[in-house]
Design a protein around this ligand. Structure first.
Ligand SMILES: Nc1ccn([C@@H]2O[C@H](COP(=O)(O)O)[C@@H](O)[C@H]2O)c(=O)n1
Ligand SMILES: C[C@@]1(CO)OP(=O)(O)OP(=O)(O)OC[C@H]1O
Length: 160
């Protein structure tokens, strides 16, 4: 395997009433949350998929099936830790990553530092190795109507 490996992840979850909004392992105050079998943290799902993809492994649904009752309500940081563990088991660590959230609401910027701190711990990197930002969809399409939140992530793995 080569010295460096890159991975790409994408996930989207729809808003639902009566759910907590969890992004990057942080609970964000909002009138509704994201729907899902787990805590529906689409940011963390995209990031974990990017790590697994860099290794040429299947996506998180392979490791944590969304019809498995044991995964019901699970903390997505457990998914991320597992993906990073798979990397370390193969002799790779996370070099850096970059994440873009598409969220018409709520305002994410005030929470970015808290998310980076959680993600850094589980990625086993310094916060300076994490790029993280949010953009609206400029009211275009379903994301623009705030039906849900989507996340894109890229990860660079490097040989330990
Ligand atoms: N959910 C969001 C979306 C955007 N931001 C911040 O606002 C800036 C402007 O957003 P545009 O979609 O008009 O580019 C953006 O650069 C972010 O800093 C946010 O915090 N939360
Ligand atoms: C996280 C898992 C597993 O509980 O379920 P969801 O929260 O529904 O998320 P999704 O990105 O749709 O599928 C991945 C599954 O592994």
């Amino acid at each position: 395997m080569s010295q460096f490996r890159i991975g790409l992840g994408y996930d989207i979850h729809r808003f639902a009433e009566g759910r907590k909004l969890i992004l990057g392992g942080v609970e964000i105050p909002h009138s509704k949350g994201l729907d899902g079998h787990s805590d529906a943290d689409c940011l963390t799902h995209a990031l974990a998929d990017a790590v697994l993809g860099a290794l040429g492994l299947p996506d998180i649904g392979h490791f944590f099936p969304n019809d498995d009752p044991r995964c019901k309500g699970m903390d997505s940081q457990d998914i991320l830790r597992r993906a990073v563990e798979e990397a370390h088991n193969r002799g790779y660590r996370v070099g850096n990553c970059d994440i873009a959230l598409i969220a018409e609401e709520p305002k994410i910027a005030p929470h970015l530092d808290a998310m980076k701190r959680v993600l850094a711990q589980n990625l086993r990197v310094e916060t300076t190795e994490i790029g993280l930002k949010a953009t609206t969809n400029e009211k275009i399409g379903d994301l623009g109507r705030a039906l849900g939140i989507a996340a894109h992530a890229t990860v660079l793995l490097e040989k330990i």
